[in-house]
Write a protein that binds this ligand. Structure first.
Ligand SMILES: [Zn+2]
Length: 710
């Protein structure tokens, strides 16, 4: 749940506006139609960073011409000449955004940050130009209101509704003066989002902590090695460098015995974007919140949160808040119980200090060992990245009859990237899966999935191209990469997003794969985390990196018994972020001082003082480096309520590998994309609305409540 879909900023991409035919000479080669196998693949060799600006201009020129042809059509507007025509448009622009997105998220070095800053407002302006095109909107509206709409297929009707709604929500019905102001707001916001993300990246790359060997006590050899190599790369001989990223900070905070060093690493990590000076994000947040509020008012909504949630499964901020409140109390109670136990442990060991935020991961790990005799570093010895990847493939074969095989004839944008072909049980091509697992300079932290190409078939069979991205640290001299249990879950999570894209079976690209509401899209990913913990996957793929022996049954048993251990911490560090996100976007007209707001609201809410928000406001990329998850971080909890309920459907059947349940899950959820209303899709699978008690059971809050009450 730490992960996000790759945010594709441009509205035109979300709307599937695209273009293709002949274009004047001199356009950058990166806009060329993809050629080669599988209906064409991205041509990375044609991408020159220096041509991004020219390519964008050429792509929108081409797109303008095509949209003009649709808008100026003298025939009466109908589905084919308007909606379907829009679905066919935008090829060059989509290709531009695929390449540009890869470079801004995984190769953001050299001139790239500058180019990104220069292009962000222009991209926003073009999005507005499209949605504010009165002639085009008039045709969409005519199709939407025409009685003939009833004769279209349900999928076509939904697509028409979606175009109409997206245009209206983007200001198509405003007057000229309002439209101009809206566009100003969107352009300014786009610049602020870019600066925000770049500031966080700056602090992640420059805010590292340099330590002596003594501070590395408690850390396993592979982490020590990586820290030593990172220091050597900065010419810091004999030192150890802990990068200011989650994948480096979390293991250190979990394992380092040096309390002072833990505090140092913790402060650097939670201080990202909040260090004062030119890379501080606080002023940017204040302005973003003010502009978002003004935009919501302009569009006729009470707040940014109301505008954002209208199209989500939750529909209103109130329903999202209600779910968060329902979980808050049991979550905080679980933390209080855990903290009391941890303090006892500290006292028993003669530590004369009160548990602080930088001790939480370290002491809770000790508590896990004490209570369950479970050592997660021992577990990591069985979690080899390459084997787990094979485990995911095995899961996909068993559940969905999908088969992965590595290709060597498809170009990549970096030598670390590998490409796999995906086929179904009949040997037919389904799509491509790109895997970019390792951290490097210029790659944003975390893990995510994105689609290079959506599945569609209304205009010929087009197959999916998706990618999974992560930030694992490469092994020394090709040694196996050992990852944590949390990271293994993340791996399966992102692969779940990929499967959602690969199993798409729809006609129109705008409705394809993961193009569903934000609070639904995390559910197909989260549910796949569950299969990691099945004995079948662990026995076959959790193999010791030295002996090759499968993980002992006794260890698996302990993992199962400790399944809800530390759930209070996980819930509260997440909820702190989710509630603050929502409250910031319900707070109305500013100005808001984010540091003060965060401090005071968390106090009012009764946030346990031993836990800090998973993403503090000044580093909250989900919310402030784009509109993507703004007033939307709650989505992970919402989706988890669906996940928990659907997992129980497997358990009510023959268990994790029940073929019939998997088939129904695929048919009703994974393959339908956005062709069905998401609440209805859930109902189609489960036969009823979601039971949120399943979430309480999953997190161990129901039993804990009972015990506490006894
Ligand atoms: Zn996700």
């Amino acid at each position: 749940m730490r992960t996000a879909l790759f945010p594709r900023a441009a509205l035109c991409v979300a709307l599937g506006l695209a273009l293709s035919p002949a274009f004047a000479a001199g356009k950058p080669a990166m806009l060329d139609k993809w050629t080669g196998p599988f209906g064409g693949v991205p041509a990375w060799d044609k991408v020159k960073v220096s041509e991004f600006e020219a390519a964008f201009q050429a792509a929108i020129t081409e797109n303008r011409a095509e949209l003009k042809a649709i808008a100026d059509n003298t025939a009466a507007p109908d589905f084919d000449n308007t909606i379907a025509a829009l679905e066919k448009a935008g090829g060059a622009l989509n290709r531009f955004y695929t390449y540009f997105g890869i470079h801004s998220s995984t190769l953001n070095v050299g001139d790239m940050p500058k180019i990104e800053s220069a292009l962000a407002p222009k991209q926003a302006a073009y999005g507005d130009e499209v949605t504010q095109n009165a002639k085009l909107f008039a045709r969409i509206e005519a199709v939407y209101n025409a009685p003939e709409k009833a004769k279209l297929t349900p999928e076509q009707q939904r697509l028409t509704w979606l175009y109409y709604t997206n245009f209206v929500r983007s200001g198509a019905k405003l007057d000229a003066k309002q439209k101009a102001r809206l566009s100003e707001l969107n352009q300014r916001l786009a610049s602020l989002y870019t600066s925000f993300g770049q500031n966080v990246l700056f602090d992640e790359q420059n805010g590292y902590t340099v330590l002596d060997e003594a501070s590395m006590k408690g850390l396993p050899a592979d982490i020590k090695d990586a820290a030593q190599r990172a220091a050597e790369a900065k010419k810091l001989k004999g030192k150890y460098l802990i990068a200011n990223t989650r994948s480096a900070a979390d293991p250190f905070l979990t394992l380092s015995e040096d309390r002072a060093a833990r505090e140092k690493v913790w402060r650097a990590f939670i201080g990202r974007g909040d260090m004062g000076g030119e890379h501080d994000n606080n002023k940017l947040i204040t302005e973003i919140l003010e502009l978002r509020y003004e935009r919501a008012q302009l569009l006729g909504y009470k707040s940014h949160a109301h505008w954002r949630l209208e199209q989500e499964m939750a529909q209103t901020p109130e329903r999202a808040v209600a779910l968060m409140e329902a979980v808050w109390k049991p979550g905080a109670a679980a933390v209080a119980r855990d903290v009391a136990e941890m303090q006892k442990l500290i006292d028993a060991e003669g530590g004369k200090y009160k548990l602080a935020a930088w001790d939480y991961r370290y002491i809770s790990e000790k508590l896990r060992k004490a209570k369950y005799d479970l050592d997660m570093t021992e577990v990591s010895n069985y979690l080899q990245l390459d084997r787990l990847r094979e485990g995911m493939f095995w899961m996909a074969a068993k559940l969905y009859d999908l088969h992965f095989s590595q290709l060597s004839n498809v170009a990549v944008y970096h030598p670390d990237v590998t490409v796999y072909e995906v086929k179904n049980g009949k040997g037919q091509h389904v799509g491509l899966w790109y895997f970019d697992p390792y951290a490097r300079d210029g790659k944003r932290s975390g893990a995510w999935m994105n689609a290079y190409r959506n599945q569609e078939r209304f205009n010929g069979e087009i197959t999916t191209i998706v990618s999974n991205n992560a930030n694992f640290v490469k092994g020394k001299d090709g040694a196996p990469v050992l990852i944590s249990w949390d990271d293994a879950e993340t791996l399966f999570h992102e692969f779940g997003h990929a499967l959602h894209g690969l199993l798409s079976d729809v006609n129109y690209p705008t409705l394809s794969g993961t193009s569903v509401s934000r609070d639904f899209v995390e559910f197909p990913s989260q549910i796949h985390e569950h299969w990691l913990a099945t004995p079948e996957v662990l026995n076959k793929f959790a193999l010791h990196y030295q002996t090759g022996k499968p993980i002992p049954a006794a260890l698996v048993d302990k993992i199962e018994k400790a399944a809800t251990f530390n759930e209070g911490f996980r819930t509260m560090e997440y909820l702190g972020s989710a509630v603050i996100d929502m409250k910031l976007h319900l707070a109305g007209a500013g100005p808001i001082d984010p540091d003060k707001f965060e401090r005071e609201e968390l106090k009012k809410l009764g946030m346990p003082e031993e836990i800090v928000m998973r993403h503090r406001t000044p580093q909250f990329n989900h919310v402030f480096s784009g509109d993507g998850y703004s007033a939307g971080y709650y989505a992970y909890l919402w989706a988890d309520s669906l996940t928990a309920d659907v997992w129980e459907a497997f358990e009510e059947g023959k268990g994790a590998w029940d073929e019939n349940v998997a088939l129904r899950f695929r048919k009703n959820i994974l393959s339908v994309g956005n062709t069905v209303d998401q609440a209805q899709a859930f109902r189609n699978f489960r036969g009823r609305d979601v039971d949120t008690q399943a979430l309480m059971r999953k997190r161990g809050f129901v039993e804990a409540e009972k015990t506490a009450g006894q």
